[in-house]
Design a protein around this ligand. Structure first.
Ligand code: ADE
Length: 226
């Protein structure tokens, strides 16, 4: 999968993709992340990419021209399945959206800044608008990092234990069960007996019940969605 990210702050996105699973995904050739500094594509002087908004009001707006120039260039090079704009008024990102994006081949993610981007770019280029939560970030970069991480770890071959993504929280509209590791007795706090019994059927049943209880207690809205 190839992900092109358009940003005015590429430095912000260098570290998140160079460690752990995202690094592994890149090293294994499963994920190709290309960062594009919008300032390198502006026809305006001194790398200008934003301007005052028509009609007045506080805050600058990202101009259409630099974005259109870069988007046209990328789209001429290959077909893109989605052009995503990170914005607090987009659709709330969830595991289902991550699953569905992980099936795409090429996507572009535009990170907004200031007051956002000129709406004509949203109307004529953007195919999907994503919010990572009901709060306003200072730019789309951290949101883009969240989306790429959630999607990248789902690509076949990224997780070492191929099945483990299936048991993530949210994968069946349920939260994950509690987990334990050695020692079985830590300061007198014991691991639930059933996990040591060696009977996979009993363990699966216990995990399912724990998931259900956790979800009922913490996120009953997930169960109501089914
Ligand atoms: N840009 C600013 N706030 C955002 C949010 N909540 N989600 C995605 N992109 C954003």
């Amino acid at each position: 999968m190839r992900i092109d990210i358009i940003t005015v702050l590429p430095e912000l996105l260098e570290s998140p993709f160079n460690h752990s699973m995202m690094k592994r995904a890149k090293d294994r050739g499963l994920l190709d992340i290309q960062l594009h500094n919008l300032r390198d594509h502006t026809p305006y002087k001194q790398g200008q990419v934003d301007d005052y908004q028509f009609g007045g009001g506080a805050g600058m707006v990202m101009m259409p021209e630099p974005l259109a120039v870069l988007l046209d260039k990328l789209k001429a090079e290959r077909n893109y399945d989605e052009v995503i704009f990170m914005t607090p008024d987009g659709k709330l990102f969830d595991q289902k959206a991550a699953n569905s994006l992980s099936l795409k081949k090429n996507i572009i993610i535009i990170c907004g800044h200031y007051k956002g981007i000129d709406d004509r770019i949203r109307q004529h280029y953007v195919t999907m608008e994503i919010s990572i939560g009901d709060y306003v970030l200072s730019g789309g970069e951290l949101g883009a990092a969240v989306v790429v991480d959630a999607v990248g770890r789902l690509l076949p071959g990224v997780l070492n234990d191929e099945t483990s993504a299936l048991f993530d929280s949210f994968q069946d509209d349920m939260l994950a069960p509690p987990v334990y590791t050695r020692p079985a007795d830590f300061r007198g706090w014991k691991v639930p007996e059933v996990l040591l019994c060696g009977d996979p059927k009993k363990i699966d049943e216990w995990r399912y019940q724990q998931s259900l209880e956790r979800t009922k207690e913490r996120r009953p809205d997930l169960l109501n969605e089914q």
